[in-house]
Ligand binder design. Structure first.
Ligand code: ADP
Length: 226
């Protein structure tokens, strides 16, 4: 579903398109009831794969909505409009870490990593694993606060089977631990810590944390193939 400025999605009025990623398109919008700015991610039609995917996401959304932490983008709502599913989130005025990862100095890198670790710790205590920690999923607000985003969505992206999985894994492989490359569904909190460390490595060295060559990763390969 392509939305234009001025369109309404339920009670939300679209103000601008912020960008597109693997799972869908993100818009800046105004919640007309509460009169506040929000970010809305409209998921691609196949993003949740099937009704099981929607159910799973709904379940996770409830857990994520219960998280309230300064280093996690809050999830306000998850709804459906004309068969399109969309997540309404806290709006973060700033940039993604991806856009400035080459230019952060060591002290700032440590500060960002501490913020991410605090956010992750709260998520893990709530039983939620992110599964796709990477610079593109870290928003830096104007006051410098790092905020983790795409909780739950990341799970869908990596847990899907078939084509979706291949495409999704290629996008984020650099930050994934080996066990997650082997089986996207068999991860726990430690996998997030690996990805956090990979992100810190990139901030400090300016180099990609890639450890596995793309050419070695195919959809059905197991660990001994890597
Ligand atoms: P990707 O999959 O590449 O991470 P996303 O689809 O998650 O991209 O987001 C696209 C763009 O939308 C991001 O680059 C970011 O600038 C913006 N964005 C995402 N979430 C928010 C948010 N909560 N507040 C403000 N901007 C956001």
């Amino acid at each position: 579903m392509q939305l234009s400025v001025g369109d309404n999605l339920g009670r939300y009025e679209i103000k601008a398109e912020l960008g597109s990623g693997g799972m869908g398109t993100v818009y800046e919008a105004i919640d007309s009831t509460l009169q506040r700015k929000v970010a809305i991610k409209v998921l691609k039609p196949n993003a949740l794969a099937d009704s099981d995917g929607v159910e799973r996401f709904n379940r996770e959304a409830k857990a994520i909505a219960g998280l309230s932490h300064p280093n996690i983008i809050s999830l306000y709502d998850f709804a459906e409009h004309d068969d399109a599913h969309y997540a309404v989130m806290e709006y973060a005025d700033g940039t993604t870490l991806d856009e400035c990862v080459e230019s952060v100095n060591r002290d700032r890198a440590i500060e960002i990593a501490i913020g991410m670790a605090n956010g992750l710790s709260a998520a893990h205590e709530g039983g939620i694993i992110h599964r796709d920690i990477k610079p593109a999923n870290i928003l830096l607000t104007k006051d410098g606060t790092p905020k983790l985003t795409d909780f739950g969505l990341a799970r869908q992206e990596t847990a899907d089977h078939g084509q979706t999985q291949v495409g999704a894994v290629l996008g984020t492989i650099d930050y994934m631990p080996p066990e997650q490359l082997r089986d996207a569904t068999a991860v726990d909190a430690r996998s997030d810590l690996y990805s956090l460390a990979a992100t810190l490595y990139q901030m400090v060295t300016g180099k990609s944390p890639r450890t596995v060559s793309y050419t070695h990763l195919r959809a059905h390969e197991t660990r001994h193939d890597l």
